[in-house]
Design a protein around this ligand. Sequence first.
Ligand code: NAD
Length: 441
Amino acid sequence: MQSYDVVVVGCGVAAGYFCRELVERNYKRRVLVIGDEPHLPYERPALTKGYLINKGIDVANFYTCVGSGGTKLDHEFYKKNGIHFKFNTKVTGIDFGDKVVSCDNDEKVKANHAIVLGMGSRSTRLEDFRMPVEHIKSGIHYIRDIADTDRLIAHASSLPRGSNIVILGGGYIGMESAAGLIKYGHKITMVFPEPKVMDRFMTQRLADFYESRYRSAGVTILKGDLASGLLATAHGAVNEVKLKSGKSLSADLVIVGVGARPNVELAKDELEIHKAPPGGVIVNDDMTTSMNNVLVIGELAALKSKDGTINRFEHVHYARQTAMRAARTLAAMDGTISDPDSPFIYEPYFYSRVLNLGWVLYGQTPPADKADVHYQGDMSELGDSKFAAFWVCNQARKVVGAFMEGGSSEENADVKRIVSQGASWPLKTEFLPKAESPKLN
Ligand code: NAD
């Protein structure tokens, strides 16, 4: 049986940042990363942005860690630093006690020191809602990896201009894929059950701004409705989406962006699983688990804070931060660093780029009964699309969350500082002076 000191299961964004941090912390042990894709770790967020817009780009252009301004880690980097890969390999079982990993090609690999789980999450599928789709042989797309996106690009490119694309979901995938497909020249309709896009945190006012930009770009938005079934041609190609409201939409291509689920299956019998949504494998604030020398990185990790609360965030920033923290934990165990930066407190940060827009969100976005939201800047139709929103908690009158559209890196950093310092409201100086402008809608 082959053996390595550390075996990483999953070759996603988290694996890339984990490896870079190990190297930067002088970690000397032999590491193996096992993944079911044929690629080195790449920045998955590119798939619904540049990759889709440009109809595919060489994966080497978006190897980690370019997405956060770092260098692209290529084969040379990993080789030089004693980091090995098994590609196209699915891990089918893990014996956490003996630290033996079984693969779908019947190979077994022993981890002499530590196992690191970075299996991430998978797209929620229509089958998960018990929607019958066995009769559909083609035309339904999910976006999670390069292969998914290549299939989508090939399909969308093969359709005559003006074909009908229906996107189920008004979250990240829905928003980014709609924007990314505009150049393809089709009719795009987004459908989702909530009253507004990005309902998980956007206020009505923020959502109104983005929805209006999407409508101007030609995207039709159907809110408060959802798919109840899909119909197909005699050859099994999707051709219609039936909605709960009784309406139906012609569909030559359907994208499903209705959420993601953490890949807990390999861990669920031996590790502590967070039962409540959003699930995940429970980890301490140094990314260790209930099993000795078993760590979890990325979106799979449900982080237990000192106060007992458990949080799991579905965003690349969380994947990167948790991965780097786990690497520091291992480096500290081996004494290559003395301070692993404990306790690790994750400060939520999300971002997206759509159309010619780009936003960032820091901190918490409590509901209307717990915080009020103050807007600054210009949200008008013809304005410069630079504005901020601050969530100010009712009781303490402190800023607990902030959203910025169109900010420079300095402005985004300022917004971040306002949140992490828990600045008192009103701010001492107006953040965007145009705030008082009557242009606000
Ligand atoms: P999401 O949670 O962001 O949005 C899901 C959307 O689907 C919501 O609008 C929801 O109301 C809707 N929905 C739920 N059930 C539905 C149904 N039956 N019919 C129609 N709509 C339904 O999830 P996502 O957009 O699928 O993205 C999945 C994951 O991909 C995210 O969790 C995120 O981590 C990742 N992602 C992130 C980014 C980014 O951060 N910029 C970009 C792309 C993907």
